[in-house]
Write a protein that binds this ligand. Sequence first.
Ligand code: BGC
Length: 367
Amino acid sequence: MKPGYEVVVFGTTKYGEKARLFRLNGAGGVVLEVSDYGGKVVRLFTPDRDGNPKDVVVGFDSPAGWDEGDPYWGCIIGRYGNRIAAGRFTLNGEEIRLPALNNAPGGIGCNLHGGARGWDAYVWGAEPFVDGDDVGVVFTHVSPDGDEGFPGRVEAKVRYTLTKDNVWRVEYSAVPDRDTPVNMTQHVYFNFKGEAGGTIEDHVMTIAADRYLPTDAGQIPTGELRDVAGTPFDFRAGMRIGEKINAPDPDLEIGKGYDHCWVLNRDEPFAADSRYESLRFAARLACPLNGRAVEVWTTEPCVQVYTANWASYDQKAKGGEHLSFRCGVALETQHAPDSPNKPGWPSTIVRAGETYSSTTEFRFSAS
Ligand code: BGC
């Protein structure tokens, strides 16, 4: 198959911006539909073990779906993915204060996913391309100095590529003009039975991590790196997501299921001055019913796994189907939550004029 793309109107966002939808037809058969509205993945068709394609992501038919409920389904997250405790941290001796709008019962509040209007909520510049066997889109966005309280203007770029081997590669880069934290990720939720296929508890997940980050009641990591051995967080040998998700474990009770960060096994130590550049296996998700699977490879030190524990049945997804509890799982590659307040952990501070870069690959297959 020759790779190609089509571009259609997607709709108008609640901010009055016009969004487009890019349908990328990969040479290997995978089809990815993404919008310039925050790089959102709207549909992703992958074949099952008999070659039958199905849309395997949770999303909506128009921008309104994102604007009316949880906005993060399938989007690019920036400038800082995940939580910063109380929205505060110290940078170069100065206290930075961000809106702390997100809270879990018993928590003190935090800044989540870049704030009230994160990078997910903008229409980005978008240039589709075909390059040999590859097809993709390059998204660009400029975040002004002071955006959501963060210091520095940032020029961000995210390149989505779909290869003939059914790999969806996501390459992030960002250049700030002042020192600032950057921690970008992709928030796609998979359900290999389709978004109306019910819970993902029957999917088998593998995570290449000996340690995870326990949290306080507000879902902020306590600072401990806990050994997964003997806990419901041990996915090293592959385990059904539902196997232990309801176990009486204080961490699972806080997250209402999995909503935690695992520290990936890598050559680099989990330390402030470590640089993460090589692509390493992070996780695998597979559905035994139809054989669909994805392997996640990343340059990042961590993966946050979130099993849609707050998904609301009141919201309707594509084709009028209802969302449901645990109807998808997000494998969000990133640096650890609250890194700006954890000086010993891999740093998320990007210095003025330096380039943040990060790559994650989603490698699809069926067997
Ligand atoms: C967070 C969840 C949050 C979700 C919002 C995830 O990355 O870890 O706690 O509810 O994003 O969509």
